[in-house]
Design a protein around this ligand. Structure first.
Ligand SMILES: [Ca+2]
Ligand SMILES: [Ca+2]
Length: 158
């Protein structure tokens, strides 16, 4: 039997890892080396993750978390929420507390997971080789395809 070319093997693995359809709240975009791609309300330019609410209702994110698969989730506070159709940007930086991701995102390779209050994974993505001010993003909001593209923090994905 003919061996599969490496590219096809890779594509089939990606198809297995990525969720088949978007959840109510998805990881929409992330930036692992932020300089000019987003200004944090609290100042500075931390790494960031954009969540997108695909529904027409506000969703409570109390007890949800962004985490790396091997790390224990640190639940978000009771007042954490995302509005209907909102593009919500979460700061990612080691030492942050509250409604944030308390770790730095790696540009060389990463694996990020969004879990709900029951600890059930709602969405996840993996990436590698991201340059400064580039985004790993779904093509179109909640799109099933991901691409290394220009960032659109707090706005619709191109
Ligand atoms: Ca980083
Ligand atoms: Ca966006």
């Amino acid at each position: 039997m003919r061996a599969h070319p490496p590219l096809l093997l890779c594509l089939s693995l990606i198809a297995c890892v990525e969720p088949a359809s978007p959840a109510a709240v998805v990881i929409n975009e992330l930036c692992a080396d932020n300089n000019d791609a987003w200004d944090a309300p609290t100042g500075g330019s931390p790494d960031w993750v954009e969540l997108y609410n695909t529904t027409e209702a506000t969703i409570s994110l109390a007890g949800w978390s962004l985490h790396e698969p091997d790390d224990d989730p640190i639940p978000w506070p009771d007042d954490a929420e995302i509005g209907a159709g909102e593009h919500l940007v979460i700061a990612a930086e080691l030492g942050l507390e509250g409604f944030a991701a308390p770790f730095n995102l790696s540009t060389s390779e990463g694996w990020l997971m969004l879990s709900n209050a029951e600890g059930e994974p709602q969405d996840w993505t993996t990436w590698e080789d991201l340059a400064e001010d580039r985004a790993w993003a779904r093509v179109g909001d909640a799109g099933l395809t991901w691409a290394n593209q220009a960032p659109s923090a707090e706005g619709a994905n191109p």
